[in-house]
Design a protein around this ligand. Sequence first.
Ligand code: ADP
Ligand code: MG
Length: 238
Amino acid sequence: MGSITLKNVRKAFGDVEVIPGVDLNIEDGEFVVFVGPSGCGKSTLLRLIAGLEDVTSGSIQIDGKDVTDAGPAKRGLAMVFQSYALYPHMSVRKNIAFPLKMAKMPEAEQEKRVAHAAKILNLDSYLERKPGQLSGGQRQRVAIGRAIVREPAAFLFDEPLSNLDAALRVNMRVEISELHNNLKTTMIYVTHDQVEAMTMADKIVVLRAGNVEQVGSPMELYSRPANKFVAGFIGSPN
Ligand code: ADP
Ligand code: MG
């Protein structure tokens, strides 16, 4: 579970067309990176998939089911926000359990899921701490834990590492890739960082002014860029 299909998805804010029309197929279990310069529409496209914005026209399917008019809660996807979105007054345990508590899940099931997420993320010994007592990397893992417990069909990341320092960013990249290997759940990862895209993706979607310039593996984009923009952006010699 976790295939996502966009058919001629268009988004305008008032008179301003931000996404002129995108067709895209994401397969179950893929690690897909949306990359492109600031303002090209990466966040908007992700928010359309999440259901946080309504499409102006076009359709979105998840696992073959049309969700174009469904709200975010009905889509079974989890958006991972940056670590500063944690509740500072709540323990790690409570932060991770928060979406389950909101969904009124039975406590025993909540505990089971939190324990599972904590194990995957190496947070077992930090569950009673407050976010302020954690390192930046641990805080980011708590933010990811909050997504894992929901057992989503796909994880959606919007530049989750942009407020971490360079060394930590490299570590977290590896951790998120390992998490994907471990869970094998579809992940869509938005970044403006070409290196992040090239090192993490199964499939890269290069965006420019709301248009998909090229979709391909890192190797395909590097060796056969569709145009000068892709070549320049990816840093390919062609
Ligand atoms: P990116 O994430 O690639 O930096 P965004 O998706 O945030 O780009 O933005 C794409 C374009 O859409 C920008 O020009 C931005 O100003 C515009 N935009 C985004 N959200 C809104 C909104 N709610 N209202 C009006 N314009 C918006
Ligand atoms: Mg953005």
